[in-house]
Design a binder for this molecule. Structure first.
Ligand code: IDC
Length: 420
């Protein structure tokens, strides 16, 4: 392809977690810890009226993510940045502000494995992860435990060898806690990371996650599973030949159903609006790389969770495109072949010096939690509309709804303007 991407919990539980999440070591230490950790049987009490108190344990039903009462649920919030770069952005105070002021109901906890993350300081990262899971529980919002692989892009690479003990540890600790969601691998990428490889990895890790839930008789937690090419070839489990590098990105391919055989799994899609949009022509087909067209259809075939999106280019920086982001979010609100409501987390709640960050540089050290960038301001407004029922004509503009019948980008607009 033309490289479109380069693309609470009560106080007693908290203290218990802090002791259990303490010292440093990793690797064998974690394996041993996971083995010995008693399976948690704590009853969780979330603040009344909070998102988790309202919706409880989440369950995929067909194409739709539903709540404990079987009603469709759509979560919207943020992803953290890799906290090795801005740990001071994630405190109980900052997250409470996100809940109270920005109306998030989910926070994705992006724990990089490489690039100075978990593999460098396993127990420090484990402790940080547990601290943040506990804060989300205390505030009554959902959180995603994200094993943030990125480079290399093969989740089975030996460098990610702690995945199974990590998930075993986390699931024993949080078994039955309805606010905890597991994302087993961020963005598989590269030619090695085919659906066969990803599903082999998933078949290894998901049973580790489910086992403690089985042993206490709790419903399996929601597991978010990555898809090839940075979470873009979302239907790779449904067709033959959808893999990175074969230049067959969005063409129709023969059916070959190799979906995962677990009862609470959802597939990941990520977009960065300035890079992933109407795309470009190829082989005389004007909308060959049209991401909207592709995902409109996929959302009628698979349950999908957008655990990361940006307004910028795929680098996380560069041009910001709010109209094209509107188009994606309209699609997530149900404008798709399955009328599916898709949950979404923005990259990123941080003050890193890049255009996708929600806060301006140095905001976190000053505890200036509302010191928004252009991207942050847009996301804040969208959350106010989607999660808080506000009316705001500056975001989610009706003219930005994707119309599948308009084959060529902007064709409908052109047709409409032609009308007398
Ligand atoms: C980027 C960060 C950037 C950091 C880089 C490290 O924005 O500050 O230097 O990671 O690799 C993703 C990844 C996510 C990327 C983000 C932007 O999941 O880790 O973060 N992105 O490039 N996929 C698409 C874009």
């Amino acid at each position: 392809m033309n490289k479109i991407f380069k693309s609470l919990v009560g106080a007693s539980l908290c203290s218990l977690m802090l002791t259990a999440c303490g010292s440093d070591g990793g690797g064998e230490f974690l394996v041993q810890q996971a083995q010995n950790l008693p399976i948690n049987k704590t009853k969780y009490e979330y603040p009344s009226g909070s998102p988790v108190a309202q919706h409880g344990a989440l369950k995929v039903n067909g194409l739709q993510l539903c709540d404990a009462a079987g009603k469709p649920v759509q979560l919207a919030g943020f992803s953290t940045m890799g906290w090795q770069w801005c740990e001071n952005c994630y405190t109980e105070e900052s997250i409470k502000n996100l809940v109270d002021d920005w109306h998030i109901n989910i926070l994705r906890l992006a724990m990089y494995v490489e690039e100075g993350g978990y593999n460098k300081r396993p127990n420090h990262n484990l402790a940080e992860m547990c601290k943040l899971v506990d804060i989300c529980g205390k505030l009554g919002i959902y959180c995603i435990v994200d094993w943030h692989i990125l480079t290399p892009g093969n989740p089975l690479d030996p460098i990610y060898g702690d995945a199974a003990p990590f998930f075993k540890y986390m699931s024993r600790k949080y078994a039955g806690a309805p606010h905890v969601i597991f994302e087993i691998c961020n963005e598989p990428n590269g030619t090695e990371a085919t659906w066969e490889v990803i599903s082999e990895y998933a078949n290894k890790v998901i049973p580790e996650i489910y086992a403690p839930y089985d042993s206490i008789g709790a419903q399996h937690p929601l597991v978010i599973c990555g898809t090839p090419q940075w979470d873009q070839l979302v239907d790779a489990s449904l067709v033959k030949g959808r893999y990175q590098g074969n230049e067959m990105d969005f063409v129709d391919l023969p059916a070959d159903d190799r979906r995962l055989k677990f009862d609470n799994v959802i597939y990941t899609f990520h977009f960065y609006a300035s890079s992933h949009n109407e795309g470009s022509p190829k082989d005389g087909v004007e909308d060959y790389y049209n991401f909207y067209k592709y995902m409109y259809k996929v959302l009628g075939q698979l349950p999908v969770f957008c655990s990361e999106y940006g307004l910028t280019e795929a680098s996380g920086d560069g041009n910001i495109d709010t109209d094209r982001t509107d188009k994606w979010i309209h699609m997530f609100m149900g404008n798709n072949a399955g009328n599916q409501k898709v949950s979404f987390c923005n990259w990123s709640y941080s003050d890193k010096d890049e255009k996708s960050a929600a806060l301006k540089p140095f905001s976190c050290s000053r505890k200036a939690w509302n010191n928004t960038t252009k991207s942050g301001e847009y996301v804040r407004r969208v959350l106010n509309v989607v999660n808080n029922g506000a009316t705001d004509p500056t975001v989610l503009k009706p003219e930005n709804v994707y119309k599948p019948e308009c084959k060529v980008a902007n064709a409908c607009k052109a047709e409409e303007t032609k009308k007398p």
